[in-house]
Ligand binder design. Structure first.
Ligand SMILES: Nc1ncnc2c1ncn2[C@@H]1O[C@H](COP(=O)(O)OP(=O)(O)OP(=O)(O)O)[C@@H](O)[C@H]1O
Ligand SMILES: Nc1nc2c(c(=O)[nH]1)N=C(CO)CN2
Length: 174
C-alpha cells in the first residue's frame, strides 16, 4: 500500500485543461485535490505564470516507482516537450512526486531517477501552500511540518505571490 503527494503544474497551452487531464489520468487513485493557484515561475523567471495544485493519491497495489511512471504517463499525454537547455523551463504539464509513504512510513531515496522526498519541495511555496490547504498537519520527510516550512521568512515573498484561483476547480477538492 503506498500513498503519495504529487505536485502538478502547467504554464503552456490550456493550463486548466492540462491539470484536469492529469487528475483524470490518475483516476481512482486520487483521494483529494487542492485548489488551484496561479504562481510566478520559480527557478527560471522568463516564462509565463503557472497554474499549480497538489493531489493526494493512494493505491494498495502501487510501489513507489509506480508514481513516477504515472507522472511520466500524464506528462506524455499532455505532449510535454523537454528542453535540455532549460532545466526549469516552460511546460504543458509537470508532475512531481513530492513524497511517498509505504504502509504509513515515509519512503526515503537518493536515487537520481526518483529522489524522495522531492529535493526541492521544501523551497517551493507553490507545492507547500496547496498541500497545506488539504493536509495541514503534514510533514515533509526530513524537513518537518509543512506549516513551519511555509512560515519560514525566506519563503514569505513567494507565499505572498501565490494567487488562489477559486474559479478553477479540479474536483475532489477539500
Ligand atoms: N521525486 C521526483 N519526482 C519527479 N521526478 C524525479 C523525482 N526524483 C527524481 N526525478 C527525476 O527528475 C528528472 C527530471 O524531471 P523533470 O524534467 O520533471 O524535472 P523538472 O520538473 O524540470 O525539475 P524539478 O524536478 O525540480 O521539478 C526525471 O527524469 C526524474 O527521473
Ligand atoms: N511556479 C512554478 N514554477 C515552476 C514550476 C511549477 O510547477 N510552478 N515547475 C518547474 C519545473 O521544475 C519550474 N518552475
Amino acid at each position: 500500500m503506498t500513498r503519495a503527494v504529487l505536485s502538478i503544474g502547467s504554464n503552456l497551452g490550456d493550463r486548466e485543461r492540462h491539470l484536469r487531464q492529469a487528475v483524470r489520468e490518475l483516476g481512482g487513485s486520487v483521494e483529494r485535490a487542492s485548489g488551484v493557484y496561479e504562481t510566478p515561475p520559480w527557478g527560471d523567471a522568463d516564462q509565463p505564470a503557472y497554474l499549480n495544485a497538489v493531489v493526494l493519491v493512494s493505491d494498495p497495489a502501487a510501489v513507489p516507482h509506480d508514481w513516477l511512471e504515472r507522472a511520466w504517463a500524464a506528462e506524455t499525454a499532455a505532449q510535454r516537450v523537454r528542453d535540455p537547455e532549460r532545466r526549469f523551463g516552460p511546460r504543458t504539464l509537470d508532475v512531481d512526486v513530492i513524497a511517498v509513504y509505504e504502509d504509513g512510513r515515509p519512503v526515503l531515496s537518493d536515487d537520481p531517477e526518483l529522489t524522495l522526498p522531492h529535493p526541492r519541495a521544501h523551497l517551493r511555496a507553490f507545492v507547500l501552500r496547496p498541500w497545506h490547504d488539504i493536509e495541514p498537519a503534514a510533514e515533509l520527510p526530513g524537513h518537518g511540518p509543512i506549516a513551519r516550512l511555509l512560515a519560514d521568512p525566506a519563503l514569505a515573498g513567494d507565499v505572498a505571490a501565490l494567487s488562489p484561483r477559486p474559479d478553477l476547480a479540479l474536483g475532489l477538492t477539500a
